[in-house]
Design a protein around this ligand. Structure first.
Ligand code: PGA
Length: 248
């Protein structure tokens, strides 16, 4: 089954007016790809004109709290109102640096779905997990949160990003074959939770994706797109990635 490819840019805590205007100026050649740009929240409103039929804006995170006396939080409703229709949730940097665990990630998923923001649930194993042969167990545990998500008749509105933690920002990637095996297991695991059919579920790979390696991932049957961190800040390189992903 052919799913529309998804290319997601994750600027992380980077960027400013110059990259915002570059993204606004550039023409991305999408082909068979859909583009989601996740800048820091503060830039969402400036990037609104990017969003169209095949390009959307996303957040890198959202608060699980609704509007109220929560200093520093930004609610999913505000994020939706700023133009984002997607959000990364449970990125490994949030899990590690902000100690986000299952219960909080579940609340964030629910909060996103309540305002029709499509979650991109990020999962991935550490190097130690992989070396111990425990990679799938680690990823599987992170997926369990979906079983509690009973609004998940909305599987068409969910995306999973498989990002081995050791591949993020390291210049090392999983091999396409290893990533494909993990994506098959992820699809099976999500399917086994008694949720709707996973035929439409998009599972993207992330971790040191570049223009040079992106096509090798997309040639695998169960890899439906890429999540790009560092290379999304290099606009010419990212344009190449989008073009290749839409056509390879
Ligand atoms: P990277 O980051 O492409 O710089 O490895 C990916 C991510 O963390 O989403």
């Amino acid at each position: 089954m052919k799913r529309k490819r998804l290319v997601i840019a994750n600027w992380k805590c980077n960027g400013g007016s110059s990259i915002v205007s570059r993204y606004l100026r550039e023409e991305f050649t999408l082909g068979n790809a859909e583009l989601v740009v996740c800048p820091p929240l503060i830039f969402l409103t400036q990037l609104q004109s990017l969003a169209g039929e095949y390009a959307s804006l996303g957040a890198q995170d959202l608060s699980e709290l609704e509007d109220g006396p929560y200093t520093g939080d930004i609610s999913s409703r505000m994020i939706r109102e700023s133009g984002a229709t997607w959000s990364l949730i449970g990125h490994s940097e949030r899990r590690a640096l902000h100690k986000e665990g299952k219960a909080q990630i579940l609340r964030k998923l629910q909060s996103a779905l309540r305002v029709r923001i499509k979650p991109i649930l990020c999962v991935g194993e550490t190097l130690a997990d992989r070396q111990d042969g425990q990679a799938f167990e680690a990823v599987s545990e992170q997926l369990e949160v979906l079983a509690s998500l009973n609004e998940l008749g909305t599987i068409d509105n969910l995306c999973i990003a498989y990002e081995p933690i050791w591949a993020i920002g390291s210049g090392r990637t999983a091999s396409p074959a290893d990533a494909q095996s993990m994506h098959v297991l992820i699809r099976e695991k999500v399917g086994s939770m008694g949720l709707a059919s996973t035929d439409n579920l998009r599972i993207v790979y992330g971790g040191s994706v570049s223009a040079e390696n992106c096509c090798s991932f997309l040639n695998e049957d169960d890899i439906d797109g890429v999540l790009v961190g560092g290379a999304s800040l290099n606009v010419p390189e990212f344009k190449k990635i989008v073009k290749i992903c839409g056509s390879c």
